[in-house]
Ligand binder design. Structure first.
Ligand code: DGL
Length: 264
């Protein structure tokens, strides 16, 4: 019989973006089994109502609970900032969330101007507003909604002309406002880092929350005594997409992963 430590870490996102978080978690915790839900059929979450986002998050959580997840990583800023409180109140399973790393950016900025590229749902959330208000005084946040980017990434477009056009439109005004830190506030966006790096100047630090989430996941698993203690055992990694699983396959590019299309 399996013990809790053998059960998988569950992940969900509105689509393929949360795999950027999965990669960080897997690197830090290579002995853990994992299961990932890409709710691509309902992407993007970022322009849906808060109620709709909560409904999707509950649906995803129920599926992961049925698959015996021992902890759930909400690998989506939009889902975290709109729904994590409700999920934590409703379920006993531990949740790890992700928020735009503006606190970290506030520690590294010298110009005191931080750019944040995120979805509308994240930028308009109470949690993002609260975190922004908690930064030390003098820090200016230049917010930009990344309209259209998630749709293109979901199609597997990471370096197209259209991506370049949108990124220039969003990033140039931030650079004019003298940012020296750019926070990627959506888990899809780390896949755009090569394209972003060609546009922003070298003095701008690109910051995402992936490693922080992985570290937090590790800490919570250990604190709750549910971390996998066996080493070098065979792990399983299941990825389910309710749309086109080919994009996931291309993005993850790893024969040892099980990537399937599934209705949910
Ligand atoms: N990957 C998501 C995030 O971190 C959601 C993007 C979307 O579906 O709009 O915000």
């Amino acid at each position: 019989m399996n013990s809790t430590e053998d059960y998988p870490i569950g992940f969900f996102d509105s689509g393929i973006g949360g795999t950027s978080i999965w990669k960080e978690v897997h690197e830090l915790l290579p002995n853990e089994n994992t299961i990932y839900l890409a709710d691509s059929k309902n992407a993007p979450y970022g322009d849906k109502s808060k109620d709709k986002i909560i409904e999707y998050c509950i649906k995803n959580t129920e599926i992961l609970l049925n698959q015996n997840a021992k902890i759930i990583v909400v690998a989506c800023n939009t889902a975290t900032t709109n729904a994590i409180k409700i999920l934590r109140d409703r379920y006993t399973i531990p949740f790890i969330g992700i928020e735009p790393a503006i606190k970290l950016a506030s520690l590294v900025t010298k110009t005191n101007n931080i750019g944040v590229l995120a979805t509308r749902g994240t930028i308009q959330s109470d949690l993002f507003e609260k975190t922004s208000a908690s930064l030390k005084s003098g820090i200016k946040i230049i917010e930009q909604v990344g309209d259209g980017l998630v749709n293109l990434i979901e199609k597997g477009e990471l370096e197209s002309k259209e991506i370049e056009f949108l990124l220039k439109k969003y990033l140039n005004p931030m650079m004019e406002k003298n940012i020296d830190a750019l926070v990627l506030g959506c888990t899809h966006y780390p896949y755009l880092i090569p394209s972003i790096s060609r546009i922003v100047t070298n003095d701008i630090k690109i910051i995402d929350s992936g490693f922080a989430v992985a570290r937090q996941t590790k800490n919570v698993l250990h604190k709750l005594n549910i971390a996998q203690t066996k080493e070098d055992c065979k792990t399983t990694h299941k990825f389910y997409s309710n749309k086109d699983s080919n994009v996931l396959t291309r993005l993850l590019n790893n024969d040892h992963l099980e990537i399937l299309s599934k209705e949910f």
